[in-house]
Each structure stands twice: as structure tokens, then as C-alpha cells.
Design a protein around this ligand. Sequence first.
Ligand code: ADP
Ligand code: MG
Length: 578
Amino acid sequence: MSPIRVLEGSVAERIAAGEVVERPASVVKELVENSLDAGASAVEVEIQGAGTRLIRVADDGEGIPFTEVALAFQRFATSKIARLEDLDGVHTYGFRGEALPSIAAVSRIVLITRTEGSAPATRAVVTAGTVEELAVCGAPRGTVVEVERLFYNTPARLKFLKSPAREGSLIAEAVHRAAMANPEVAFRLTLDGRVAGRWPRSSHRERAAGLLGVGDPAELVHGSEAIPGGRLEGWLGRPERGRPNRLGQHVFVNQRSVQSALLRRAVEQGYSQLLPVGRHPVFILFLEVRADWVDVNVHPRKLEVRFKDEGALFGAVARAVRTALLASPLTRSVASGMAERDAAGPGATPSPLGTAEDAAALGGSLLWPDDSSIAEPGEPGSLYSAGRRLPALKPLGQALATYIIAEAPDAIYLVDQHAAHERVLYERLVASRRKGGVPSQVLAVPVTVELPAALMALVAAQQDHLRQAGFDVEPFGSGTAVLRSVPVLAAGAPAEEMFHRALGALAGEGEGNGVFERLCIATACHTAIRAGDRLSTGAMERLLADLAVAEDPFTCFHGRPTAVALPKAQVERWFLRG
Ligand code: ADP
Ligand code: MG
């Protein structure tokens, strides 16, 4: 073994640099954050060779005075905090004074900067951490940092980089995140001479829509709510914008982009049953939380957060998202965008589609039927106090033996009879739990099924849930279970098949959180009118009336829409009226 010795400064710098400067995207993140900390109103990022040839970040911020430029490249030199106590109130991205020296240790930097008051600008050249040149020159106010030949003296790190395309997309993500949190700042990103993104100064809504890939900003659902220890603001994509992955989900805590499985799950919970299984909503969530409520680990590689009361926060976020979503008109219309707003615009529909207060008045009553910790049981009598959320619909007939054509004062609706009935039955089942359980009917002939031991154990353990959901299932000897009664709603359906569905729900098959919810879904799905069933006018009227008072009339629990609106204004455009 070699003798122990203190590392030479330059070696130590290069090792430490790895913490901040892991890859080109982390350099971009640090430089852009410095620009934002300097109060820039425009930031331009230019990349060549996936960042290993050149990273150039230019801003119009406050600049660095000549006398301080060399200092900026020293470790732990920062203008952002002076004392340890300042840490609590820090409002800037940076405060450790580590980024510039760390980047400088593994590259060649040319920095040009000018403050408002000083006439000439300063030009500094720093190679491998050493300031080699310090001169004056002419330049506009602000700072330009050019990082050349990143990692030229750390070949191991260079080898560790991913493909240029991958590094390029990580760089773009870093710029996107900065742009999301700072809509009042203009951004431009150029990759190898090609403009990869340009975001003019804008409102939060427009910036969010642009970055989430939602064409029309008006389409985003906005939620803003007080939460334990602070406030949240969310920009939520409509359910049909859902994607098969979670790449469109962004969480910011006190302006910093963070990884938080907790908050993502909370938002997804707010969307539950609005999206088909396997689709994930797109959203940007901003949380502003008091310093004593949050512990943000600002280590550049793991931006993880811990909160004081995670349970309460989870519930508050999920509820706020749910409230915002339910308060917005979610019915799809034939041409989204224009037509959508026509349908929802003030005065366009005589019966209101529901307001935020309506949704708030509903509380958590039906939203989390499992009474999990986040649900607040509502008053039984207040379930439908929010009134209609769909306009009154008059059935005109049935098309393709599957869709009810209905008329509202200002729109024509197509209603999927199966999806709508599923929704109605499901809500009815869940609501009856509060009145002591789902009414059940004893089968004339009990059904007996042989079961593996694990499922037998489940039947025994879940008997209460089963009974509440209207199923009387009992273990009967070893390896056999017998079904004695089913929910009244399902009494007409083949009992044997109903039994298998109930067992499937018990074993965790199908959708729904928790046994009770899954059992209700299984019952509703199995019992609902099917596509292809012919309906009488009376049956259609009943179904539409029931749907109109449903808490969530817009989607079935598989996340499919129940109704599609064709606004009168749209029809008039088609026929060139008005
Ligand atoms: P930190 O951001 O943690 O303070 P950095 O190493 O990133 O540390 O930057 C060191 C200092 O250099 C900053 O505190 C700031 O005073 C100055 N600085 C860096 N970049 C800029 C910039 N784009 N505009 C103005 N000042 C800057
Ligand atoms: Mg910094």
C-alpha cells in the first residue's frame, strides 16, 4: 500500500467535481441555475457534441464585478449566503459555491461578464481549475459561460457517458425543467446549430402546456390549494392525454425539480378511475412548503425530498387534484379545443357542469370508497348535493345498439350504454355501503367451487368485505367454498360466473383499490347493460337520469368515457349557420 498523504488540490478538485458534474446535463443545470439566480430574463443554451465539445450558457442577468470573477472559481466561494443562518432563508438555486470550480476542474472555461454599472466586461479563461487569463473586453450586461472540452482530463468519466443522443436528451430535460419553473424567463436551446426549443416569456399555463405537449393551453386543468405547511399549484393534463409511461410527470418543491414517488402517486390517486389501466396522467405540480416542513436533499444527483407529515400531504394533494379535475368539464367533445370551450363556456350550457365549490362540497364521499386514510366520509344525505353535473339529457334513440343519442339544450350527446350503466351501478353499490352494506339476495341454488388453499384463506379473511359488497361466501370443508347470496343488482346474472368474478376480485384481479372496490367493480361490470342490448325509451330515460346525478358521470371505472358531446355551436359551424 502507498503511504497516506494529503491529495494535491487539483487532484482533490477533480474527484470532488464528480459530485456536481456527473455529465453534460449536470453542467447545463448548474449554469442555467446560476443565470436564474442572477435574475436573468432570458437564457440561451447552446450545445455542441452532446456537451463534450461546447456548452455555452448566456444570460442577461446581473453579471459579476471584475474584482470577484477569479473568486467565483474558488471552492466554496459564493455570493448567495454569508453565514450558516442564511441557509434557512435561501431563495437561490445555488449557495454552496461548488459548481463553477467543479466544472472548471474538468474543462476549459471562457467566461465573459459585465455588471450594470461597469463599462468594460471581464473575460476570464480558466483551464483545469487555474485562472489563466483575466482581461477586459466589450460585452452586453450579463454573463456568458463557455465550457469547452468537458472531461478532457478525466477519460474515465468521458467513457462513462451514454450515447450523444441520450446525453442530448438529458440536457434538453434539464432545460425543460428550468423552463417549467420559470415561465417569466425566456429560454432557447440549440443543439449542434439546430434550435431544439424556444420558449418566450409567458404565463405558467402557456409554458406548462408547451412543455407537457398539450397543444391548447386552455385544455390544462388548473388546481391551487392550501396544503399542510404551504401551498400547491398544479397544471393537470386531461385524462385522455395520459401516456403509457410517467415521463410527462414533473414535481417541483420550492422551485426545485425533485423526484418524489409520494407526490406522483398522490396526483395519480387524484386521477384514479379517470384513466384506463396502464395510462399515466401528465402534469406539473408545484409545491411551496415552509422550510420546517420539508427536507430537500439538494445533492445534485438525488433530488429527493422528505416531508414532515407525508400521510396528510398525500391526502391533501390527491384531494386537491381530484377536486380540480371534477370541477372541470371532462366530457370529450367531437372536436376538442374550440368546440370544447364552446360547450363549457359561460352561458353555453344552461345547466352548469359543476363548480369547484360543488366538488369541494362532495368531500371524499365517493371518491375513495375504501375509506382509506385520505377519505373524509361525507354525510349520507349530501351525496348528490352537488346536483347535476351533466345537463339534462333527453334520449332520441339508440344507434348501433350501443350508443344512446340524446339531446341537451345546447348539444347532442352520444352515450355509451355499457360504460354509463357501469358507472351508475358502481356508484350505487359504493353508496349503499354507507347505509350498512350492499343489499344481497339469497340464491335459490347455492354455488359451490373448489379452491386452492391460498384463495380459501382469502375467502376466510375477507368475509366482512365480501358481505358488505353483497356476497355471502363461506369456506365449506377443506378446499371448497360456497356462494349463498349475491348483490341484488346482480341477481339476474348467471351466479356461477358471478362467483368466479368475485373470487377474481378477492385475489386482486381487475381494477380498483382494495377488496370492496374491486368487488363492486366486478359486480357492476358483470351486471351492466351490454353493447348490443336493445333498450326501451323508458330504460334509456332512466339510465340518463341516473348518469346525470352520478358523482363522476364522465368516465366508467375502466377510464373510458361514458359520453361524448357534440356542441350546437360545432354543428352550426358544420352547416355554415351563424
Ligand atoms: P453558487 O451558485 O452555489 O453560489 P457557483 O460556483 O455556481 O456557486 O457560482 C459562484 C458564484 O459566481 C455565484 O455565487 C455568483 O456570485 C457568481 N456567478 C456564477 N454564475 C453567474 C452568472 N451567470 N451571473 C452572475 N453571477 C454568477
Ligand atoms: Mg451555482
